[in-house]
Design a protein around this ligand. Sequence first.
Ligand SMILES: [Mn+2]
Length: 240
Amino acid sequence: MRPRIGVTVNDEDKSSGRRSGIWLGSDYTDALYETGAIPVVLAFTEDNEILDDMAQQLDGLLLTGGNDVSPIIFGEEPHIGLGEIAPIRDEMEVGLFRRMFSARKAVLGICRGIQVMNAAAGGNLYQDLAREWKGTLQHSQKAPRDYLAHSVLVERDTRLFQIYEHEEVMVNTFHHQAVRKVAPGFRVSAKSRDGLVEAIEHPDHAFMVGVQWHPENLWRRHEAHRRLFATFVNAAANRS
Ligand SMILES: [Mn+2]
């Protein structure tokens, strides 16, 4: 059976600026179809009973990219460089993540997704790298989505290294927030050359991985990035 992977969405269509809808780049769902899963696109709800059922019915969860994460989740006031947030999305993703984590089901967090994962598990974030981070690399590339803009250094004894098989991996980068304090139980699996956390994982879970880059824009041309989705889907399938 193909595993059912829940996929979270944006509350805005960036191409039209339209509100009160749902929007999701099809690169995510194509990656899941390609690697043998059924993507289940999750419309917004804050109903806890629905979230209970949702988590129970899903084999895995893909937390996708999008707006900034509200600092309320990690107990901070909004700093001056905080961008646009999506409170309903925050609420739903944090609730769903915690349920999937407790059930030890597979979770992959991408960009905003690694940030939600880290904040929901008790870590915190840089709200705005330009103001709060002293590194020198550009993390918001001004290049096409599939351009490999900077390298990350992968820790050898990690799940991520098993997938990427190299200590140095080229990635794209579209973020102005990032993991600051890593959540308890998680570990850093990759950093950029200016020392920023670019990937985390939980060593006690079969697949609990967050990456700051956007593999959904890279898997068509780069096998290692495709393998990230394939490993995630396999882990979800083994539970279903
Ligand atoms: Mn980056």
